[in-house]
Design a protein around this ligand. Structure first.
Ligand SMILES: [Zn+2]
Length: 244
């Protein structure tokens, strides 16, 4: 009887241990994005894996704004983002991207909901994997006279405001500004991420002069380098600030 009792007890423990082990092996074998989706229900990624997280706006089914001649915002901002990534990586900065191809980001979400909600949630979660982040967009509006770049930052965030001013200062060297100062917002989810995150509108696809610039790969390179230099300046400042 005793032997049987011991055997049953050990067996239960063994079964339990095997279930845990197989479960862990299964979870570790899943792609990174699936980890986020499954393990972080309302929990943010704990680990900062990148110096910089770049978010090219829109993607996949979501074209973003559309300028004359079928110029899609998603394509323009992805190209600038990839150039920005290359610029930063050449300078030893570790870069993460919410997307690096023509796809949306809804697969990174930890919530159920519409594709739009999951896409936004995926980008928000991903921002926490970078020490600092940037989301790149281009504008489209009814007024064809509206042009130039805009930098949005989180309202009442001192550090984000400094970051925004540094980026604006660099942008001003290469692109007209729509607004002479960065604009504080409190209703943009991405800006609410814990790390300093900005949303940059690089220009208006609905404006002929901005459209001509943004469809020119040389200009997109200049723009990416200006943003990149601003990010390096801010990273240097931010590292000092954090080490104090
Ligand atoms: Zn956009």
């Amino acid at each position: 009887m005793v032997r049987r009792f011991i055997w049953v007890t050990v067996s239960k423990h063994q079964v339990f241990a095997w279930v845990i082990l197989i479960g862990l092996i299964y979870l570790l074998s899943l792609p990174e994005s699936y980890h986020l989706a499954v393990l972080s229900t309302a929990v943010l990624p704990q680990e900062v894996r990148f110096n910089v997280m770049i978010d090219p706006g829109h993607g996949g089914i979501d074209s973003g704004g559309i300028g004359p001649g079928e110029v899609y915002e998603k394509d323009i901002v992805l190209d600038i983002a990839l150039r920005l990534r290359d610029f930063l990586e050449k300078r030893g900065i570790i870069v993460g991207m919410t997307r690096a191809s023509d796809t949306d980001v809804s697969q990174l979400a930890s919530i159920r909901g519409t594709r739009y909600q999951r896409d936004l949630n995926g980008r928000f979660l991903a921002m926490h994997e970078g020490a600092v982040g940037i989301s790149i967009h281009a504008n489209v509006t009814k007024d064809p006279g509206e042009k130039g770049a805009i930098v949005f930052y989180m309202r009442d965030s001192y550090i984000d405001q400094i970051y925004a001013n540094i980026i604006l200062e660099q942008l001003e060297k290469v692109q007209i500004l729509n607004h002479p100062e960065p604009i504080a917002r409190s209703n943009l989810l991405l800006l609410k991420a814990k790390p300093p995150v900005l949303l940059v509108e690089v220009g208006f696809l609905s404006n002929a002069s901005d459209l001509a610039k943004l469809t020119d790969p040389q200009f997109r390179q200049v723009l990416a380098e200006a943003i990149g230099q601003g990010m390096i300046d801010f990273l240097n400042f931010y590292r000092l600030e954090q080490s104090e």
